[in-house]
Design a protein around this ligand. Structure first.
Ligand code: SUG
Length: 447
């Protein structure tokens, strides 16, 4: 069956700010307390979506969540009117207030793991929202994410929705950022590679400095729930050294598209064994491995530049895949040199084009082009069943740009989070947005 890979990007929310919330994410720590520019951030994200739609790809948009998340504050003992709750939290627990204000739902690579219908035993597209148990500010995302996905992919004959994994940090799941799928064509059965940072129950090697956010146990549960063929699934551990260097998700060190795998030499514990296992499990897919040597690009430069947090995409009309990179990959000397060489390379390597996009506002919180998108493979029939108004086109781009211009502040600093007017502004903005995107009442305060 013919199918395409759609990218669903998170629209960057009006509360985008730098709060230093993610331990192990170097950019988040480094930029904590800087002034953020939510309007600029959202416009950068929208331009990225417009660019990919313009290349002929199916581009979807997922909404920001309702932040500050007042139900979380209420559950934690803050009571009264919305304004009173903000005032009390700002005084008694400013660190909690920061967490419930995070616009982190923008990084939709972490929103869920998705299995295409070509891979699941029942022939449905399976979705599991990520519990994001490793970080408080992200652990409050999955309920809303589930509602949004269920609204957009509503046809029960085609789409199967699972709840986020229960079990706390033992089943800590960070979604598609730790998952890659290889295939000869999107509609053919793929090979699913799940990458974990640590094991929960037996004591294997683990990072020493920073948390391994994804557990093997979580990845295995998702593969079971999604009814994947065990012969077409492989689990591999991320190199603890890479996590300790700041690669808190595997998509900071590796990206795949169809039969091409682009990754850093130190991304995995034993890369040559990994290559062998992938080839054994998918003899029908002619895999191409582009391993970037550490002597050319250090782990530190890979993290700084986000070379691998790029989107490797098949652009209609282009023979080989295109790599969509953040500007930072052109500004880091080693990665610029590597990319210049890659395109000129004499021996066969399939990547045809590289393009650079400005997503600096998101990058300052550790989110590159690949973090901002969730890949969903869809057949024609499944595409036709996509509900709401979330597929990017000129009209939606115009409406969303106007919505951002109207509702977003230019600048947000940590003190603004204590301002009750800012809270109301943000809830009004996302309330209006659900109308534009025809999502119905997906937010708690709308129900
Ligand atoms: O979970 N940053 C996100 C970045 C997620 C990037 N996603 C992928 N690699 N797929 C995170 O660490 C920082 C928020 C702050 O500090 O204000 C943050 O949540």
């Amino acid at each position: 069956m013919s199918a395409v890979e759609a990218n669903f990007d998170g629209l960057i929310g009006p509360t985008h700010n730098y709060a230093g919330l993610s331990f192990g994410n170097l950019a988040s720590a480094k930029n904590a307390d800087l002034a953020a520019n939510p309007k600029e951030a959202a416009l950068q994200g929208l331009k990225k979506m417009k660019h990919l739609a313009g290349l002929g790809l199916i581009q979807g948009v997922l909404p920001p969540h309702d932040r500050p998340h007042l139900p979380t504050l209420r559950a934690l003992g803050f009571s009264g009117s919305d304004r009173e709750i903000i005032a009390k939290a700002a005084k008694a627990a400013p660190e909690v207030l920061r967490n419930v204000y995070a616009a982190s739902a923008m990084w939709t690579a972490n929103s869920a793991t998705v299995a295409p219908s070509a891979d699941s035993a029942d022939g449905k597209v399976h979705f599991t929202p990520a519990n994001l148990a490793a970080m408080f500010h992200r652990a409050i995302e999955h309920k809303t994410t589930a509602r949004v996905l269920q609204t957009i992919f509503a046809d029960e004959n085609l789409f199967q929705h699972h709840p986020a994994l229960a079990g706390g940090i033992h089943f800590s799941d960070e979604g598609a950022a730790n998952h890659n799928r290889f295939c000869s064509d999107y509609g053919n059965e793929g090979l699913n590679l799940f990458v974990y940072g640590r094991t929960a129950f037996d004591k294997g090697v683990a990072p020493k400095k920073f948390p391994g956010r994804q557990t093997l146990e979580a990845s295995k549960a998702i593969a079971r729930n999604h009814q994947l063929n065990p012969d077409r699934v492989h689990f591999v551990q991320q190199n603890p050294k890479a996590i300790d260097a700041g690669a808190f998700h595997n998509d900071v060190m590796a990206v795949a598209n169809k039969n091409v795998f682009f990754y850093h030499e130190e991304a995995f514990l034993d890369p040559s064994r990994l290559i062998g296992r992938l080839q054994e499990k998918a003899p029908d897919i002619e895999l191409h491995f582009i391993e970037v040597p550490k002597d050319l690009v250090s782990l530190e430069d890979a993290v700084k530049s986000y070379l691998f947090n790029s989107q490797l995409i098949s652009v209609p009309g282009r023979e080989g895949p295109t790599l969509i990179l953040p500007l930072e990959a052109r500004e880091t000397e080693s990665t610029k040199k590597y990319l210049d060489g890659l395109i000129k390379m004499n021996e066969y390597q399939p990547i045809e084009d590289v393009e650079f996009l400005d997503v600096r506002q998101s990058m300052r919180n550790g989110g590159g082009p690949a973090c901002l998108r969730l890949r969903i493979v869809l057949t024609e029939k499944e595409q036709a069943a996509v509900g709401a108004n979330v597929i990017m086109n000129d009209a939606l781009y115009r409406d969303l740009t106007a919505w951002v211009e109207k509702h977003y502040r230019d600048r947000v600093v940590p003190d603004d989070l204590a301002d009750p007017d800012f809270c109301q502004e943000n809830l009004t903005a996302v309330d209006t947005l659900t109308g534009i995107l025809k999502l119905g009442s997906v937010f708690d305060f709308q129900r």
